[in-house]
Design a protein around this ligand. Structure first.
Ligand code: HMG
Ligand code: MG
Length: 300
């Protein structure tokens, strides 16, 4: 077992978490959430998404959020960009870093971004060129890497091939994504083994939704395989608008609690993080999806 000493958390709550919320959330609240997350010690915050606002109305204000959020030194404020139009918006809003996203299954790719996997890769080419000329880092996601809501089983070999294509295009980190939270530690191990044949360990991350309650176990498997970058969402916010029934990402508080207990550093102040999650849950009048936060808050 070779556990990492340090884990970088990529906080996706303000994007993956909030994109699925039906009620409108004003920019000031989103900005306040992002600032609280940065204050808790998180160093990478996916803060918005430059997609078609007709498809994901909750992300329409990402331009304002990325422009106006108070920057903290050492923190990366990133956003999703599906095409060059989105990338242009990201640049105008002073986004530090962008993330492109495709999937390992055709049906989900069509539903999510209205094109085939091959077409999505074509759309990324101008983004990669522009990003390179601006010295901007690009991260990426391979969705449905552990199962597709429309097609079911997804071949880990195919996941690894797509991940490799994105890595070859210049993405510095490939986040292997369990969009619908169907993975178990066994399937997580299988897909990561394939990915590790084609991509260096330090360039892989995991993005586990917690629909079936397996996310922490899957993350533990990834850590045991040496992965040291974990995506998570404060208060377990979220889901995916194109994966019906998928619940949020694993709660950041739960991941940090587990890592603390294992002696793995994150640089995050758990108490401040719980307060950031509580802030947004109270604002949304929503149940807190973090068990750790619930336990801690019930004692206050
Ligand atoms: P498209 O097929 O090119 O275009 O969209 P369209 O048919 O949707 O419409 C074209 C219109 O979109 C035009 O406007 C364009 O200007 C506009 P109109 O002339 O009709 O007024 N448009 C845009 N506007 C603003 N920003 C843009 C943009 N691009 C086109 N960037 C597109 C393709 C990808 C844009 C669309 O399908 C879309 O926005 N999809 C939403 C995808 C999404 O946000 N999904 C959720 C995030 S992914 C996720 O959650 C998974 C992840 O967490 C990992 C995991 O868990 O698996 C990352
Ligand atoms: Mg996701």
């Amino acid at each position: 077992m070779s556990l990492p000493k340090h884990v970088r958390i990529v906080e996706v709550g303000p994007r993956d978490g909030l994109q699925n919320e039906k009620q409108p959330i004003d920019a000031a609240t989103k900005i306040s959430l992002i600032e609280r997350l940065a204050d808790s010690g998180i160093v990478h915050i996916e803060s918005g998404s430059f997609v078609n606002p007709k498809w994901v109305p909750q992300m329409a204000g990402s331009d304002e959020i990325l422009s106006d959020v108070q920057r903290k030194d050492g923190v990366v404020y990133s956003a999703l960009t599906p095409n060059i139009q989105g990338f242009g918006r990201a640049v105008l809003a002073n986004t530090d870093e962008v993330a492109i996203f495709t999937a390992a299954s055709e049906s989900f790719t069509q539903k999510n971004i209205n094109c085939s996997i091959a077409e999505s890769i074509k759309r990324f080419e101008p983004i990669m060129e522009e990003a390179k000329s601006r010295n901007m880092k690009v991260r990426c996601y391979v969705s449905t890497a552990l199962g597709c809501p429309y097609e079911g089983y997804v071949d880990p070999v195919k996941v690894a091939e797509i991940a490799r294509q994105l890595y070859d295009m210049g993405c510095y980190e490939v986040s292997i994504s369990d969009t619908t939270g169907v993975a178990t530690p066994a399937s997580t191990q299988r897909v990561l083994e394939e990915c590790l044949k084609l991509i260096p360990l330090e360039n892989l991350a995991v993005h586990m939704h917690d629909t079936y309650g397996q996310a922490l176990a899957n993350i533990l498997m990834a850590l045991q395989m040496g992965i040291s970058v974990v995506d998570s969402s404060v208060a377990g916010l979220g889901g995916c608008p194109y994966a019906k029934g998928a619940s949020g990402n694993v709660a950041t508080e739960d991941v940090v609690y587990m890592l603390n207990g294992m002696g793995i550093e994150t640089g995050i102040d758990l108490e401040k993080l719980i307060q950031a999650g509580d802030y947004i849950c109270q604002h949304l009048n929503r149940d807190n999806g973090s068990k750790v936060a619930k336990a801690w808050l019930s004692k206050q």
